[in-house]
Design a binder for this molecule. Sequence first.
Ligand SMILES: Cc1cc2nc3c(=O)[nH]c(=O)nc-3n(C[C@H](O)[C@H](O)[C@H](O)COP(=O)(O)O)c2cc1C
Length: 205
Amino acid sequence: MKVLIINGSPRKDGNTERLIREAVGVFEREGIACDLYSLAGKAIRGCMACGYCHSHDGCVLADDVNDLAKKLAECDGLLVASPVYYGSANGSLIALLDRLFYSARCDKRMKVGAAFAVARRAGTTATFDELNKYFTISQMPVASGRYWNNGFGREKGQIEEDAEGLQNARITARNMVFLMRSIALGKETYGLPETEEITPTHFIR
Ligand SMILES: Cc1cc2nc3c(=O)[nH]c(=O)nc-3n(C[C@H](O)[C@H](O)[C@H](O)COP(=O)(O)O)c2cc1C
């Protein structure tokens, strides 16, 4: 059983990374493998709407997105964490997620999603909602915590003082493990739910 973790902070050893470590501790104790990807030092550009992925398996741009798509196909759960920038997720992370979710052909159904947002003071709930939208358009159940998964701190390491935020990360990680295991059992017993070809209506009438 494996979790793919995407750290959307460009700051190495930052507060987002610290919050992720709290979840990783839970995953390791539970024997869940972690595949960690960090945006630190990465230049990821946004979707060009070129349509390449409509007729090919993957994105036309040669960066980490196609590699992450393979990892997404293999994982049972996806944890995405972001620092809050101007009340929203880091722009590079959104560029990556737009392209990953749009171009990855793999079946994402019933992979468990979870999102963390980290800020100095405000914007965590909007960022949390923003990140969860990638899961909820992909038939991915969302693991939640005891609050809207946030953590607070400005300078590196300040999140250490946010005991509730760290605790909530552990709780969310445990809930994620429970859901991943339950879904694995459910898949064995019942298989994945029947699905339908999409009927797209573009509201252009
Ligand atoms: C460009 C930029 C914009 C930011 N905007 C916000 C914001 O809207 N709200 C907030 O509370 N903190 C904001 N912050 C502070 C970061 O969210 C905070 O320092 C966080 O701990 C960074 O996480 P990291 O250490 O993982 O990089 C901003 C920081 C930067 C660099």
